[in-house]
Design a protein around this ligand. Structure first.
Ligand SMILES: [Zn+2]
Length: 346
């Protein structure tokens, strides 16, 4: 479909709302919601999602409750542009509101979080022919139960695989990892800018070693996004991710967001180290085009970062970026992730 470059050039890349993406040839609107109309696309595996982001552990949030609106952080009424990075779709006012929701909601348990539940994710997945999702826990320096709550919720859901998370500096890191493996964790999410650690730090290296021994991948938030505090941007520099890739060939690493602003460094690492995978959420169309042309596409996987973004946003970019190479779609949208999940199952 649309292999003609002239047709590709004619596709719109900027949309006033999420539903406006129906102007692209693969999508339609059904009951005011964007849906995938081209059923030759998929089934898809989304390797980067979260249930309700962490709150202080005194709050309880029901991750299994269905509500009418998924209330995503980039809302249905917000502009959805393909030619910029996903976080650049937010206007300055929307970005301020996002940060307030993440911070205040984290302290109070209120805000949009109550709508970021497993059944709501499953509903959004269905609209885009996403058959399976990897749901990532996030452990923070504040007392929280996000990883274990996530894993317990995933255990009730056939369409999801759960990854745990530990704070790498925690003296209880090993105990927590073992507890999470017991709860069914099939991977470990680590977030250097939020957890404020350098990926090449000795205390982080021992965690990657434990993951290799347990045959589970480490899923990194990788690279600076440009909207985090300075110290976080420093911790996320791609050059700090090389040591674990080089020294621990028996541990599989997924570089989430394919290095964010430093996608070229991430592509170079992925090509150099066979234990490195790239996940594509957050990239602009131009960055994604570089990933599909420069990286080893047998180790590139699809991700949305739901509940920040609806899966239609990265899916639209991938479909546009692969118009002249549609044979890559099944691999990036499904087969590579299926192999990764299978290889690292307990
Ligand atoms: Zn994420």
């Amino acid at each position: 479909m649309l292999a003609d470059p002239a047709a590709a050039a004619a596709l719109p890349l900027r949309f006033a709302t999420r539903a406006a993406l129906a102007a692209l040839p693969w999508f339609a609107v059904d009951h005011d919601e964007i849906v995938l109309a081209d059923r030759t696309v998929g089934p898809i595996i989304d390797t980067h999602t979260h249930y309700a982001l962490p709150t202080l552990s005194i709050h309880h949030l029901d991750m299994l409750r269905e509500t009418p609106d998924s209330n995503l952080l980039l809302g249905a009424c917000c502009a959805h542009h393909l030619d910029v990075r996903a976080n650049q779709c937010f206007t300055p006012a929307e970005l301020t509101a996002l940060k307030r929701d993440l911070l205040l909601g984290g302290l109070t348990g209120r805000g949009k979080r109550a709508d970021h539940t497993a059944p709501n994710l499953a509903r959004d997945m269905k609209s885009m022919n996403v058959a399976h999702a990897v749901v990532l826990g996030i452990d923070m320096a504040i007392p929280n139960r996000h990883p274990t709550d996530t894993l317990r919720a995933v255990a009730q859901r056939s369409e999801a695989t759960g990854y745990g998370s530990v704070h790498p500096r925690s003296p209880l890191a090993k105990v927590r990892l073992e507890e999470q493996l017991h709860l069914g964790a099939r991977g470990l999410k680590l977030h250097p800018p939020n957890q404020l650690f350098r990926p090449d730090a000795w205390y982080a290296m021992r965690i990657y070693r434990w993951c290799g021994a347990a045959n589970i991948p480490v899923f990194f938030h990788a690279g600076p996004a440009g909207i985090e505090p300075k110290a976080g941007q420093y911790c996320a520099q791609m050059r700090f991710y090389e040591r674990p890739l080089r020294e621990l060939p028996d541990t599989t690493f997924v570089l989430g967001h394919a290095g964010s602003l430093q996608h070229r460094e991430a592509i170079a690492l992925q090509r150099r180290y066979p234990n490195a995978w790239l996940e594509i959420s957050g990239l602009s169309l131009a960055q994604l085009r570089e990933v599909v042309t420069e990286a080893d596409t047998s180790r590139v996987v699809f991700g949305s970062d739901w509940p920040f973004y609806h899966p239609v946003l990265p899916l639209a970019k991938l479909l546009v970026a692969t118009q002249d190479r549609p044979h890559l779609r099944a691999a990036i949208l499904h087969d590579n992730a299926a192999r990764l999940l299978e290889r690292t199952s307990c």
